[in-house]
Design a binder for this molecule. Structure first.
Ligand code: HEM
Length: 552
């Protein structure tokens, strides 16, 4: 034996040996991965409990397909096409099922009250604090909801109406003061207005965002609320440890976006401190005495959980922030789409203005909500607006409960939707976009037609149809309309949204004719979605022409 036979391998020798070992190892690893992927695909396609549910085969084996449509901001339209191809229940990913059916909707959201999916966690607040929208378990959510629900009761909101009128009038004045033919970006305009309304009704505080809009000055709170959902998306894309570095990236706009939660939290904290000061000096309110509780914040601060514990301050702050985010963009998007529709529909505008002019003789005095609720065509217009342009047309995801849960009720063991058993943990949902476009319920679903809600014999009744058939038609539409969600997680601010939409629209239509500005057209306003719906161009530019001459 020579020495070289016993000598340890030199470095180049070692790497050749390592390579000769690594190639078969790599080959083995790749083969194992391919076999595993193939076996998994076969299982998901043919043996998984959801494999009988129709849908594109590639969606059965990977989430990438639906994710690509989410990234293209076209999830709603893609899912609508699936319903048209496969019917009312479709598998869109290995563990996700969507449906478009009234009975299934009632079971999931109202009867069984499934918990929300983790998707909603992207909307958590500063320091990961939850609020009503992001609290996933149903039972826990119920306690949050109790804390704020009475604030949004119509009788309480009616007390706030005079001030909401005053804020709206401020916006009308600002529009009157613009030079003729000014193109107004309404998403921004109505975001400022909605914020002032929500801030005032939640805290009894005048923020003055609309004043800043009129002066062309930036309002950091409005910007923070606009940025917050984008911050959520960005945050869910980067690992936790990397977030620290993202927020320190030397880019002023990115830093503002990262800071959005802090800016909102500090604003709300300021309101909490203001409100706490006088509260400390008062006797605690007795049950039934709500003279001091018109604002949401005072209710949250006075709230006690069934254990007798008050809400922690961080919780109060995140709840308030949740409402700022949930209410501001939704209002501004809906109003912008409504007015865009009117800018190309003089026939509808004429009928609306006739009705509003009679109810609102003085263009500066908005009628009470009771009076506005009595305007038949106006209310039909708002229903149709929410049907086609509701700001949240997207999947409202829930998680199927474990088998045998008492929440299924007597005699029901597990989740069965439209004849298919769904195993516990399946993500299941419907979307307003599709419920609102069922041609059997809304004939010519893509046509904007307020008349469909009027009990008009000329429009709806074939010969021989009875009043009962007409009532049934109206009820079916009402049951399918879910712009504010449905069941136990219905939009918390729905009544405020109804009040605000009516007051703002009445004031605008009484004072202005609305026209599309150059560049605003079907293409720029084509709908995109990322939970909320927004125009493809990201803006909605309209011209507000004063009706002053016509009124005098
Ligand atoms: C046109 C305007 C609005 C639309 C279309 C809308 C739509 C919705 C929808 C669809 C949900 C349910 C989400 C789900 O089930 O996953 C929701 C929840 C919620 N919305 Fe709205 N919303 C609007 C305005 C407002 C306003 C003005 C506020 C308050 C200022 C508000 C506060 C909330 C809250 C707090 C929740 C969570 C409710 C809970 O889980 O307890 N929304 N909204």
């Amino acid at each position: 034996m020579t020495q070289s036979n016993h000598a340890p391998a030199t470095a180049p020798h070692r790497s050749i040996i390592a390579m000769s070992f690594s190639f078969p190892t790599l080959l083995l690893a790749v083969s194992a991965f391919l076999i595993f992927s193939l076996a998994r695909a076969i299982y998901l396609l043919f043996f998984h409990p959801l494999s009988a549910i129709p849908g594109p085969w590639y969606a059965d084996i990977t989430s990438l397909w639906i994710t690509s449509h989410i990234l293209r901001l076209k999830q709603c339209k893609t899912i609508q096409e699936l319903f048209q191809t496969y019917g009312p229940i479709v598998r869109i990913a290995p563990n996700r099922v969507v449906f478009c059916d009234l009975g299934a909707m009632k079971s999931v959201y109202s009867t069984w009250k499934f918990d929300k999916s983790v998707y909603y966690k992207s909307l958590v607040m500063q320091n990961d604090n939850d609020h009503a929208m992001t609290t996933l378990p149903h039972a826990q959510h119920l306690l949050c909801r109790k804390a704020y629900a009475s604030f949004y009761a119509p009788s309480n909101l009616a007390k706030l109406q005079p001030e909401i009128s005053r804020i709206t009038a401020q916006m009308i004045d600002a529009l009157h003061n613009l030079p003729a033919h000014t193109s107004v970006e309404t998403l921004s305009l109505f975001r400022h207005l909605a914020l002032d309304i929500i801030v005032w009704s939640s805290y009894g505080f005048h923020h003055g965002a609309i004043g800043k809009w009129a002066e062309n000055a930036e309002d950091s709170l409005t910007l923070a609320i606009y940025d917050f959902p984008k911050r959520g998306v960005l945050r869910s894309l980067v690992p936790k440890w990397a977030w620290f570095f993202v927020c320190r990236f030397p880019n002023a706009r990115l830093r503002l976006l990262c800071d959005s939660a802090r800016i909102m939290a500090e604003f709300v904290e300021g309101r909490v401190n203001e409100m706490r000061a006088p509260m400390k000096e008062k006797e605690p309110a007795r049950d039934g005495d709500d003279s001091d509780k018109s604002y949401m914040l005072s209710r949250l601060l006075a709230y006690k959980f069934p254990s007798g514990e008050p809400m922690r301050e961080e919780h109060v702050i995140s709840e308030c922030m949740g409402h700022l985010v949930a209410g501001t963009d939704t209002m501004s998007l809906s109003l912008s789409f409504f007015l865009w529709e009117l800018s190309r529909r003089p026939d509808i505008t004429r009928k609306l203005q006739q009705e509003i002019d009679t109810a609102m003789p003085d263009p500066k005095v908005i009628p009470s909500i009771q009076e506005l609720n009595g305007l038949e065509y106006f209310n039909a217009f708002i229903k149709e607006g929410l049907r086609l342009y509701g700001a949240v047309p997207s999947l409202l995801e829930r998680v199927v409960l474990e088998t045998g849960s008492p929440k299924y009720g007597v005699g029901v063991e597990k989740c069965n939707l439209l004849g298919y058993d769904l195993p516990p943990g399946t993500i299941v949902s419907t979307q307003a976009w599709s419920m609102h476009r069922d041609p059997a319920v809304f004939p010519s679903p893509e046509t904007f037609l307020p008349e469909r809600y009027l009990p008009s014999p000329s429009l709806s009744k074939e010969e021989g149809d009875s009043d009962l058939a007409d009532t049934e038609r109206l009820t079916r539409m009402a049951n399918h309309l879910i712009p504010f969600g449905t069941g136990s997680r219905l939009c918390g601010g729905m009544n405020l949204a109804h009040l605000g939409l009516r007051m703002i629209l009445a004031a605008v239509l009484r004072n202005f004719h609305v026209e599309a500005a150059p560049g605003t057209d079907e293409r720029s306003m084509d709908a995109r979605d990322s939970f909320v719906m927004f125009p493809a161009s990201g803006e909605c530019k309209l011209i507000f022409k004063s009706r002053g001459c016509a009124l005098s």
